[in-house]
Design a protein around this ligand. Structure first.
Ligand code: NAD
Length: 265
């Protein structure tokens, strides 16, 4: 038995990057994991690639195609996971998007896109998971992906920063409102993590004249990170498995910074 054996978990934004790593780390410790993502082809392939791991570690794996901004699709995803695993114990609201723009050029469309996925998507994910926990009559854990951008502003990503500050507020408010149902809400705030997200962000930064080459932003961040390098998704998963486990049962309303010391500099 491990600290997450038998726990039934859903991770959104799990077709790649941090979400995929969170799901794989949970599987590795014997949890049941539903990888969920809007990218149908990729998320199906991730679940398939993890079948052997699930068998080896004594858990189950499935996947769901979901747009986290659609309540109907989020409900269907939860119903699917419950049908596969018998219950839901842990819900990660991890799907997120970014699209850099100079502050003066930020459009309503850019704002709505980012706030919809990162903000509304988080709210709906929290609500529907909580309703499932209440229906089951069991305790539950909701874990939200925030960011260092929920602690300070960064150049050219104002809507992203605003959305991640919103994630912190939802975490704190949800912790208060859901405590009476024995539901805890926590979050974690990565610094800079080398994932596929940065391929598009680099392109966008070059397009708006904020970078000359791919990787420039990461190099600049590295110089202000106390650990001296950006993170890999695996730098994040020790903490996320802890947050999903019984070891963190007494924590709620907190955001754990996993930023290599970036926000201290
Ligand atoms: P990523 O772009 O590599 O992966 C994000 C995943 O979310 C993708 O698979 C994408 O298909 C999915 N997705 C996007 N919109 C969706 C929607 N509407 N519904 C369902 N799925 C959707 O990103 P990542 O770097 O792994 O980031 C994961 C989370 O971590 C995000 O919330 C991001 O804001 C946050 N974060 C990332 C970093 C970083 O440096 N990479 C730092 C801090 C926080």
């Amino acid at each position: 038995m491990t600290r997450v054996s038998g726990r039934s978990c859903i991770v959104t934004g799990a077709a790649q990057g941090i979400g995929r790593a969170i799901g794989e780390a949970l599987l590795e410790e014997g949890a049941d994991v539903c990888f969920a993502d809007i990218n149908e082809e990729k998320v199906a392939a991730v679940a398939e690639a993890n079948r052997e791991r699930a068998v080896r570690c004594g858990g189950k794996v499935t996947h769901a195609v979901v747009d986290v901004t659609s309540r109907a699709q989020v409900r269907a995803m939860i119903d699917h996971a419950v049908a596969q695993f018998g219950k839901l114990d842990v819900k990660f609201n991890n799907a997120g998007v970014n699209k850099p723009m100079n502050f003066l050029d930020v459009t309503e469309e850019n704002w709505r896109f980012i706030m919809d996925v990162n903000g509304l998507g988080c709210l709906i994910g929290m609500q529907e998971a909580a309703k499932q926990f209440i229906r089951q009559g069991t305790p539950g854990k909701i874990i939200n992906t925030a960011s260092v951008a929920s602690r300070q502003g960064f150049d050219n990503v104002a809507p992203y920063c605003a959305s991640k500050w919103g994630v912190v507020s939802l975490t704190q408010s949800g912790a208060r409102d859901l405590a009476k149902h024995d539901i805890t809400v926590t979050g974690f705030a990565p610094g800079v993590v080398a994932t596929e997200m940065w391929e598009q962000v680099d392109k966008d930064l070059m397009e708006i004249g904020a970078a000359d080459r791919p990787g420039q932003a990461m190099d600049e961040f590295s110089s202000v990170i106390l650990k001296g390098r950006v993170a890999t998704p695996h730098d994040i998963t020790g903490t996320t498995t802890f947050l999903a486990s019984k070891d963190s049962d007494y924590m709620t309303g907190q955001i754990v910074m996993i930023d290599g010391g970036m926000t201290l500099v």
